[in-house]
Ligand binder design. Structure first.
Ligand code: GLU
Length: 400
């Protein structure tokens, strides 16, 4: 009998983390690698946030806290939801976890019964389907086409809903495409959800602040207040505040669900790090002006990367509204041969070829449920990106 539980056979290790680790290993072994795999800002955590963490340590905030977040952090989250999203919550509607990932995981474990269907627009962030599978639910992917900038349409959503649908997982700006829904686009989706009162909405707003060219972010419960009671609005400090390693995510939603999520957390990790909670509090309450400054840099990089990728033979890349990802198509390269005679049969083959031939690490579209594409994270220096794009262009040019 295997020591590993049967349920593990349903899932795979996170592919984004696998690519990131592989790039790090190759670099440590002396290879010249440019990692565009990790969805992680290259900027450092701002000093005022680090200072708050140091102060918390000095003040002895080093003990257990309430399982699902300190009252002070919950109040800062309540203020954030009010300020940015016109959403009103009370403390018993807020939960704080060890990263956005734990919050989503808790929510699915706390709500999905065997056989419940969870709608996931594809391409999707790699961990949604596997989390649903661990919770014994059935992930139902809805393919979203590049013609609609990889965004879910009202028709496709309507067609996918069945009596068994429990959740729609919604993510804007999107990981991996960077596409973001305008208020009008979102309203079309919420109109469908209004007509289907048995469906709950889990919105992953992790990239909320990473939008460009004056794009205005909105979230489902804000666009359609009648959905408030069946929406879990998830967010975190990782991406916007360059705090990936601190591991703080949070959500606001129905009391009953928040309580159930806290029950799971009380039996697994207990509270997220007390120091990180103090840092997240400072992030949410502090001066937010650095966000706009950093966004200017991300926007420049996005523009440059999209232009250079479109100049590569066989690649096509849309201009996304947000996040720090682009999701180019490599359809024009499928069937071509590498200089050493291997045929590129899939996006997976293409990213393997890029890594082996030019030392550029990206994540294959298959991991996000839509091929033949690949994801590039442009959250790295302009020099790195310029060099990486030159290498990608070179790799594409020598295919025959
Ligand atoms: N969310 C980031 C990514 O997509 C970090 C890695 C992960 O948790 O997937 O790259």
């Amino acid at each position: 009998m295997s020591i590993v539980a049967n349920r593990l056979s349903r899932i795979k290790p996170s592919p984004t983390i696998a690519v990131t680790n592989k790039a790090k290993e190759l670099k440590a072994a002396g290879r010249d690698i440019i990692g565009l795999g990790a969805g992680e800002p290259d900027f450092d955590t701002p000093d005022f946030i680090k200072d708050a963490a140091c102060k918390a340590i000095a003040a002895g905030e080093t003990k257990y806290t309430a399982v699902d977040g300190t009252p002070a952090l919950k109040d800062a989250i309540i203020a954030k939801f009010k300020r940015d999203n016109d959403l009103e919550y009370t403390r018993d509607q807020i939960t704080v976890g060890t990263g956005g990932k734990q919050v989503l995981y808790n929510a699915l474990m706390a709500s999905v019964n065997p056989g419940d269907e969870v709608l996931i627009p594809a391409p999707y962030w790699v961990s949604y389907p596997d989390m649903v599978l661990l919770a014994e639910g059935t992930p139902v992917m809805i393919e979203c086409s590049p013609e609609n900038n990889f965004k879910l349409t009202a028709e496709a959503l309507e067609a996918a809903i069945t009596p068994k649908t429990k959740w729609l997982i919604f993510n804007s700006p999107s990981n991996p495409t960077g596409g973001a829904y305008t208020r009008a686009e979102l309203k079309e989706l919420t109109d469908v959800l209004v007509k289907n009162p048995h469906v709950y909405i889990m919105t992953d707003d992790m990239y909320e602040h990473l939008v460009y060219d004056g794009f205005e972010f909105s979230t489902p419960a804000q666009v359609e207040p009648s959905l408030y009671d069946r929406t879990l609005t998830c967010n975190g400090v990782s991406k916007s505040y360059a705090m990936t390693g601190w591991r703080i995510g949070y959500a606001g939603g129905p009391k009953e669900l928040i309580k159930a999520m806290s029950k799971i957390q009380s039996q697994s990790t207990s509270n997220p790090s007390s120091i990180s909670q103090a840092a997240a509090l400072a992030a949410l309450e502090g001066d937010q002006s650095f966000l706009a400054e950093r966004n200017e840099v991300f926007k420049e990089r996005r523009n440059m990367v999209v232009e250079l990728l479109n100049a590569a033979e066989g690649l096509e890349c849309l201009m996304p509204e947000g996040a720090f990802y682009v999701y180019p198509s490599c359809a024009g390269l499928i069937g071509k041969k590498t200089p050493d005679g291997k045929v590129i049969e899939s996006d997976e083959d293409f990213v393997t070829y890029l890594l082996e031939s030019e030392g550029v690490a990206c994540v294959q579209g298959a991991a996000f449920g839509l091929s033949p594409y690949f994801r590039i994270s442009y959250a790295t220096s302009t020099e790195n990106l310029t060099e990486a794009c030159a290498r990608i262009q070179r790799a594409c040019a020598v295919l025959s």
